[in-house]
Write a protein that binds this ligand. Structure first.
Ligand SMILES: Cc1cc2nc3c(=O)[nH]c(=O)nc-3n(C[C@H](O)[C@H](O)[C@H](O)COP(=O)(O)OP(=O)(O)OC[C@H]3O[C@@H](n4cnc5c(N)ncnc54)[C@H](O)[C@@H]3O)c2cc1C
Ligand SMILES: *[C@@H]1O[C@H](CO)[C@@H](O)[C@H](O)[C@H]1NC(C)=O
Ligand SMILES: *[C@@H]1O[C@H](CO)[C@@H](O)[C@H](O)[C@H]1NC(C)=O
Ligand SMILES: *[C@@H]1O[C@H](CO)[C@@H](O)[C@H](O)[C@H]1NC(C)=O
Ligand SMILES: *[C@@H]1O[C@H](CO)[C@@H](O)[C@H](O)[C@H]1NC(C)=O
Ligand SMILES: *[C@@H]1O[C@H](CO)[C@@H](O)[C@H](O)[C@H]1NC(C)=O
Ligand SMILES: *[C@@H]1O[C@H](CO)[C@@H](O)[C@H](O)[C@H]1NC(C)=O
Length: 644
């Protein structure tokens, strides 16, 4: 979920102390006690690492932490962004100001199904990646999402499964241990939990991992009206939204440190937490990886070329074991393409030597579109999420409460509320069978660009099969939320449309062309219309009607499906900053880019760790799955190299 501003969904150096480890050749050359390294130190020493990780976001820092648990393993993380010095707008939820660290100038190409709008799309550029600036919503996918990944992977004809026992099968059952390992849940106060309808099952909540989360100890009174209205339109309370089953309504778990009520993010939980004991864990911030370097004789990744994000000369640094890409759903396909790994046709266009011809690189882009529906109220309750801005007395009172007792409205991400709903297609509309029938009757090829590669199309066909099964079953296809002030949010979780990310130059400082192709598959409009209508139904329920809501322009005048779709063309935001799936973990015959061990096809010693590896979106926000996936991949790598 992302931050809202002005009624628009906003296209929103440290020193480690002494270590007792015996000095190695390596530690004599590089500053033994520093984990933050600079270019001059790297260059002067022609340093070689065991692993180089491109991108210090959730996956990158989870891996760096786990791999450096072995004191003999040297890891370098190269992060394009700066290191946050502790800005209030990052740490304090009520002061949420993510734009400090937005990746600059990230725009879509004109979106043909959205009246050719060009829209800002958001991604983090800071140590911690998206986790430093996200809306802190902590959920998992539904159990069937991970089972569907496994289902798709078993459908290919090419070799897919590696030798690692960790990798053998992707499913909810194989992911759950990694969710538990990744996290540390702090239960809310029991009396408060009862009042706020917070329920959970301890069996699916880890309590000893690095990622801390809990619930804000406060809610706006309107949250209760929304909760009761949602129940009256058929959305039941969910026992535990982290159990793999979460259709219905639930209070939102948040990645808050219960002790400080500040954001717990990857820099804190997978770097700062361990830095004092890890002279073997280095971070180079403010530098961008341009491409992967290969041994020309055997297509083995041997290092990376990098340069200052602000521009400057490129330099090389070498990895003796592996290069791991963790640059996120937009930037990992860009690095792959610049390195000669991607569709031959695209690489030829820029004179890039083909190292591995993989048509799937930069295809299969998926996000979770968002729709902001404005409301005015004749009789809204106060305080609400707008009161911190509108009422200076309330703001001062809440700030004092936060500063002294770590309670109150400042524990909630600014502009959001604390309850949310997830809907299956059946819950969204009684017309669900007609939507599924129309989707089954359509030709999948019509949903992809005309020149799509046959393997990518084959992969998409298998994805459609999986999604349409989910439409028939009980997997979430949308979220509804009301911030308790002037906006409702309608999220589309399972689009059938697929986009692309393609380089436009060989300059690593230039962003690629991002084409979400949002709603180019017309079924997406049908599902989204159903979700929008369900939100209307919820606002029409007595518990919301007592607040005197009026839907704002341009939605209010739209009544027929056709009219609603026309408004949506103007209003849908293609992205919730959940860009994924552009280097999919699928068999090569299905357009896959990495195998079950996340190794890139056609080369050796190169893996993809970030959200690019997902084959398909899950019913939920991605952060939780990325922490767990990082843990899983770390186990695979440790097993392969026999690391401690
Ligand atoms: C504003 C916003 C709100 C969000 N809200 C939520 C939410 O509430 N809940 C949720 O679950 N998810 C949310 N997300 C999504 C979630 O944060 C991301 O899906 C997640 O961080 C992806 O993890 P990752 O490891 O794949 O990549 P990221 O965490 O994005 O990390 C990638 C890192 O790589 C760096 N990088 C990129 N290219 C290069 C390069 N060439 N060289 C070096 N470094 C590079 C980037 O600077 C970045 O730090 C939100 C995201 C944003 C941006
Ligand atoms: C730097 O290290 C690489 C790999 O270890 C080696 O091939 C290269 O010759 C070294 N360069 C210098 C100038 O020492
Ligand atoms: C796999 O092989 C079967 C039988 O030969 C064929 O029907 C199917 O289309 C192939 N699938 C892919 C993805 O190539
Ligand atoms: C699995 O191990 C065998 C024997 O070591 C090797 O030949 C093969 O390439 C490995 N397969 C993969 C996918 O790594
Ligand atoms: C889990 O988080 C709580 C709250 O911050 C903390 O007190 C506890 O020490 C943490 N447990 C572990 C194992 O880190
Ligand atoms: C909690 O649930 C009860 C019973 O359904 C309901 O009356 C109340 O409004 C809810 N409160 C919140 C904050 O959701
Ligand atoms: C502003 O906040 C104060 C303190 O919570 C409250 O007493 C007052 O009623 C609020 N004013 C309005 C207009 O809501």
């Amino acid at each position: 979920m992302r931050f809202l501003r002005n009624d628009v969904v906003a296209a929103v150096l440290l020193l480690a102390p002494f270590s007792l480890a015996a000095p190695t050749e390596y530690s004599k050359k590089l500053p033994q006690f520093a984990t933050i390294i600079n270019r001059r130190q790297l260059n002067a020493n022609n340093a070689t690492y065991d692993f180089i990780i491109a991108g210090g976001g959730i996956a990158g820092l989870t891996l760096a932490d786990r791999l450096t648990e072995d004191p003999n393993v040297k890891v370098l993380v190269i992060e394009a962004g700066p290191i946050d010095p502790g800005l209030e707008g990052i740490q304090v939820p009520g002061s949420f100001s993510p734009w400090y660290y937005f990746w600059p100038n990230l725009l879509t190409v004109p979106q043909t199904a959205l009246n050719n709008r060009v829209i800002g799309t958001v991604s983090g550029q800071v140590l911690g990646g998206g986790s430093a600036i996200n809306a802190m919503v902590y959920v998992r996918g539904d159990a069937d999402d991970y089972d569907a990944w496994g289902f798709m992977q078993r459908r290919g004809n090419s070799s897919f499964y590696g030798n690692s026992s960790v990798s053998s099968s992707m499913s909810w059952n194989t992911m759950l241990p990694y969710f538990l390992k990744s996290e540390n849940f702090t239960a809310p106060d029991a009396a408060y939990a009862l009042e706020a309808n917070i329920t959970w099952n301890p069996a699916v909540r880890g309590t000893s991992g690095p990622l801390k989360y809990t619930y804000p100890p406060y809610y706006f009174p309107g949250a209760a009206n929304w909760w009761n209205a949602a129940q009256s339109v058929g959305l039941p309370p969910v026992d535990d939204p982290l159990s793999g089953v979460k259709n219905g309504i639930f209070p939102i778990p948040s990645v808050l440190d219960a002790d400080t009520m500040t954001r717990n993010y990857a820099k804190i939980n997978h770097h700062d937490r361990v830095k004092q004991a890890r002279p073997n864990y280095h971070v180079l911030a403010g530098n961008i990886v341009g491409k992967v370097l290969f041994d020309p004789s055997c297509k083995k990744a041997i290092g990376v070329e990098y340069l200052p994000t602000s521009g400057g000369a490129a330099t090389n640094v070498f990895a003796s074991k592996e290069v791991i890409l963790a640059a996120g759903g937009i930037n990992t396909p860009k690095i792959l393409q610049l390195s000669g790994i991607g569709p031959k046709k695209l690489l030829d266009k820029f004179g890039i030597k083909v190292v591995s011809n993989l048509p799937g690189v930069g295809q299969n882009l998926q996000d979770q579109p968002t729709l902001t529906v404005p409301y005015t109220f004749t009789n809204n309750l106060t305080p609400n999420s707008g009161s911190l801005m509108a009422n200076a007395t309330y703001n001062a009172e809440q700030r004092a409460l936060y500063d002294t007792e770590r309670k109150g409205a400042y524990t909630i991400i600014s502009s959001l509320s604390t309850n949310i709903g997830q809907l299956s297609l059946k819950q969204a509309t009684s017309d669900y069978q007609a939507i599924i029938a129309a989707a089954r009757a359509a030709n999948p090829a019509d949903s992809l660009p005309a020149d799509v590669d046959a393997t990518v199309l084959a992969g998409y066909q298998v994805q459609r099969e999986a999604i349409l099964n989910q439409f028939e079953g009980d997997v979430g296809v949308g979220n509804l939320h009301w911030g308790t002030s002037d906006n409702a949010l309608v999220y589309h979780l399972k689009p059938l449309s697929r986009g692309t990310v393609e380089i436009v130059t060989t300059d690593p400082l230039v962003n690629p062309a991002i084409d979400h192709r949002t709603a180019t598959d017309p079924i997406d409009f049908a599902v989204y219309t159903a979700l929008f209508r369900k939100n209307r139904e919820l606002f029409a329920a007595p518990d919301m009607q007592v607040l005197g809501p009026a839907e704002g322009a341009p939605f209010a005048a739209a009544t027929t499906n056709e009219e609603i779709i026309e408004v949506m063309r103007d209003q849908i935001n293609p992205s919730n900053a959940h860009q994924c799936c552009t280097a999919a973990m699928l068999p090569k015959s299905l357009g896959g880019v990495v195998n079950s061990e996340q190794k890139v096809y056609g080369v050796s010693r190169l893996r993809v760790a970030d959200i690019s590896f997902w084959p398909m979106q899950t019913a939920g926000s991605p952060l939780g799955t990325m922490y767990a996936a990082g843990e899983r991949l770390a186990d695979m790598i440790k097993a392969e190299y026999g690391l401690a």
